[in-house]
Design a protein around this ligand. Structure first.
Ligand code: NAP
Length: 283
């Protein structure tokens, strides 16, 4: 799967480049490297504080604007309607773009109904080509689109990797025509993912890296991936995953690694939800 077609017909690359936790001063260089290596989709967010550098890299690359798919995200602090309008304008201005390809509600907290209506307005004006959400549980997502009949979310970006496979959500999203995109495909490197014996065995059988096996497994499940790396050789390794296929046995072996629990954060922990929900990214 090289690309996916969103429910409104917009085409999105199936492999993109994520810039979370890339320091502001390194972002331009990393995005330029990623574009040179061949990525045509970049995932940023207002809360990553590097939208400006992403925009600069795209312009400096000399690539036609329409050949690069740009995603950004609206933070919870800006979910009231007027705040959301202002915050999206700010993201567009930071990116230096007239239109952005995809804007996601970053977390399922606060007044996300008002925020959604603000995204719908930009969408109808043609300034955002597609709108979606991230980290929404199936229940919250269904509730959101049942009560907002105008524009249905086109994407849900959720933590998905071998230790948290999200099969139930994958089926729900497919049934609803919503694209399943993953964040942290390598579980941020936690739980020894790169030396996991099952993944190492499969990687050796194909002469590939564990990272390439994880991304191919996600790709074969129809999941859009946005791995992050600050190293050019890894960027290339993470992009070049479509030249081989994992067998049903190999897909089955990876399925056994599932614990369906996040090694990154517990979204049912009240202190965590409070901390994220009240996190401020500006005055
Ligand atoms: P990730 O992609 O799961 O893992 C990144 C880690 O893996 C980094 O330590 C990186 O190190 C390492 N790595 C990358 N490629 C590798 C390779 N080929 N071999 C070995 N190690 C490799 O983590 P992530 O950045 O959290 O997630 C990816 C993207 O998802 C983010 O950048 C962001 O765009 C998005 N995201 C969204 C949310 C959300 O709330 N929606 C949350 C988290 C992330 P080096 O950089 O040193 O190579």
């Amino acid at each position: 799967m090289k690309e996916v077609r969103l429910m409104n017909g917009v085409v999105m690359p199936a492999i993109g480049f994520g810039v979370y936790q890339i320091p502001k001063e390194d972002t331009k260089r990393c995005v330029l490297d990623a574009l040179e290596v061949g990525y045509r989709s970049i995932d940023t967010a207002a809360a990553y504080f590097n939208e400006r550098e992403v925009g600069e890299a795209i312009r400096e690359s000399g690539l036609p604007r329409e050949s690069v798919f740009v995603t950004t995200k609206l933070w919870v602090q800006d979910y009231e309607y007027d705040d959301a309008l202002r915050a999206v304008e700010k993201s567009l201005s930071e990116l230096g773009l007239d239109t952005v390809d995809l804007v996601l509600l970053h977390k399922p907290y606060g007044n996300y109904y008002a925020a959604w209506r603000a995204l719908e307005r930009f969408y109808k004006e043609g300034r955002i080509r597609a709108i979606g959400v991230t980290s929404f549980s199936d229940e919250r997502l269904q509730d959101l689109f049942l009560h907002n009949e105008e524009v249905k979310p086109a994407v849900n970006q959720i933590e998905t990797h071998p230790f948290r496979q999200q099969q139930k959500s994958n089926e729900f999203l497919k049934a609803e025509g919503i694209v399943h995109e993953t964040w942290s495909p390598f579980a941020e490197g936690q739980k020894g993912i790169f030396t996991n014996p099952v993944l190492v065995r499969i990687a050796q059988a194909h002469g590939k890296s564990v990272a390439a096996v994880i991304l191919r497994w996600l790709n074969q499940r129809g999941v859009v991936v946005i791995p992050k790396s600050v190293r050019r050789e890894r960027m290339a390794e993470n992009l070049n995953i479509l030249d081989y296929t994992l067998s049903p046995e190999e897909m089955g072996a990876i399925a056994t690694l599932n614990e369906e629990k996040s090694p990154i954060y517990d979204e049912n922990d009240l202190a965590t939800v409070r901390g994220i929900g009240l996190h401020k990214i500006h005055d």
